[in-house]
Design a protein around this ligand. Structure first.
Ligand SMILES: [Zn+2]
Length: 74
């Protein structure tokens, strides 16, 4: 199973804004738009490699996704 990180945006902000305001990064299965925590995310939202998990680029991370991800990856 492969994963990637997908952005959730702050209230009133969207990936189509000129300067989207990031709320938190969620972890999703590759090419899915629902976070491991169950949160539906925008299909246009920014994504990045799951390798960013645990690095400054992956902050802030959804705590629920972080906890679930730890248990899914050997
Ligand atoms: Zn999440």
């Amino acid at each position: 199973m492969q994963y990637e990180m997908r952005a959730e945006y702050a209230d009133g902000s969207s990936p189509r804004d000129r300067y989207p305001r990031l709320e938190v990064w969620h972890m999703t299965r590759l090419d899915e738009t629902t976070g491991l925590c169950g949160r539906d995310l925008d299909a246009d939202a920014l994504t990045q490699s799951a390798d960013a998990w645990g690095t400054p680029a992956g902050q802030p991370l959804c705590h629920a996704c972080g906890a679930l991800f730890i248990h899914q990856v050997p």
